[in-house]
Design a protein around this ligand. Sequence first.
Ligand SMILES: Cc1cc2nc3c(=O)[nH]c(=O)nc-3n(C[C@H](O)[C@H](O)[C@H](O)COP(=O)(O)OP(=O)(O)OC[C@H]3O[C@@H](n4cnc5c(N)ncnc54)[C@H](O)[C@@H]3O)c2cc1C
Length: 381
Amino acid sequence: MLATAFEPCELPPQADALRQEIRQFLQEALKDYPRADRAHSWMGFSIAFTKALAERGWIGMTWPVEYGGGGQSALCRYVLAEELMAAGAPVLAHWTADRQSGPLILAYGTEAQKRHFLPPIVRGESYFCIGMSEPDSGSDLAAARTKAVRVEGGWRVSGTKLWTTNAHRCHYMITLVRTTPGSQRHEGLTQLIIPLHSEGVTVRPIRDLAGESHFNEVVFDEVFVPDDHLIGTEGQAWQQVMSELAFERSGPERYLSTVALLAELLRTVGPRPSVAVQSAIGNLVAHMVVLRQMSLSVAAQLDAHRDPALEAACVKELGTTLEQRMPELMHTLLDVQPSLQGDDDFARVLAYTMQVAPSFSLRGGTREILRGVIARGLGLR
Ligand SMILES: Cc1cc2nc3c(=O)[nH]c(=O)nc-3n(C[C@H](O)[C@H](O)[C@H](O)COP(=O)(O)OP(=O)(O)OC[C@H]3O[C@@H](n4cnc5c(N)ncnc54)[C@H](O)[C@@H]3O)c2cc1C
């Protein structure tokens, strides 16, 4: 049987000073940001906040300086991500590009693509979304049917992408398309960077359980995409997508997206909570500490250009399981009626978290799929 490769990982010496600097910045930048809105975590959207982060050099902070990046280690970015999540900062505008689209372009893009696409991301001006899921092809990505047909100077793309977070506010979608007619499963897939203002693109909002419409259906009707927007190797996108998913699945947002609820609980119970509350908090925090070590280990492996797909799947699966447990546990502990209305921040954060929690084990890969990845990675299947 194989084993996972989680290794102890220390933050670099400069991490403490960086953390203090980020905390000071966040205190000022978010001083008027309502506590209940912090429950939206990385799904919160603010161009002003994204631009303020960019001014500090905190977007693309691990990317090479020649593309506008900060040239710092992945563990420094980890500290930043942790502080942003802990504060419930509205990072969605740049989050996908910073987390995975930029690293994908760095790993597989041409020199011209790096010079064209990366600097505007770093400046907080260019936003990306992920075009993988389709109707009938969410978990089973290899069944993707959106097709790109060769034409002079590029491709014509037709098909539909589904559940595309933030597409209505993004400039580009990194889109998984089938470029080899008649190809099956993992073969013949390619990634194209599609400008979403192109003629033939329609973005339609989808309303979720909480009444919000942050994700979309995106229809491509014979959309022209120039040759130089193909990323990586034509027909070989499967491997690219798998490496992108490791970035998507392993960060602190996979166990800190409900931390606003814990913060509200601590504020509500005050310095002398009951033994039951103390014990529940201790239990949650102990789990979070372990998840943090696992997630840090994945960050270090990604930095070392290893392939921690199995470890990333473990972080996401265990992280979302913990996060889904939290609202019910908090509800039981305090017996507060969840409500999206009114002045009680705990009740509002609880109500919001209860409504969105079911999506945690869907977005970024469902629980069943991740367990399949883990079982295969461990040689059990
Ligand atoms: C909030 C949110 C944001 C999202 N954002 C994006 C985005 O930006 N871009 C994007 O591309 N996608 C996005 N998604 C889509 C997400 O990745 C898919 O919903 C997910 O992969 C599941 O696909 P599906 O909805 O088609 O369900 P299906 O694949 O139809 O699955 C339905 C159920 O069957 C189970 N199942 C399927 N196949 C198997 C199997 N082989 N073995 C066992 N069980 C199985 C699944 O686990 C699931 O419980 C988002 C989803 C959510 C909820």
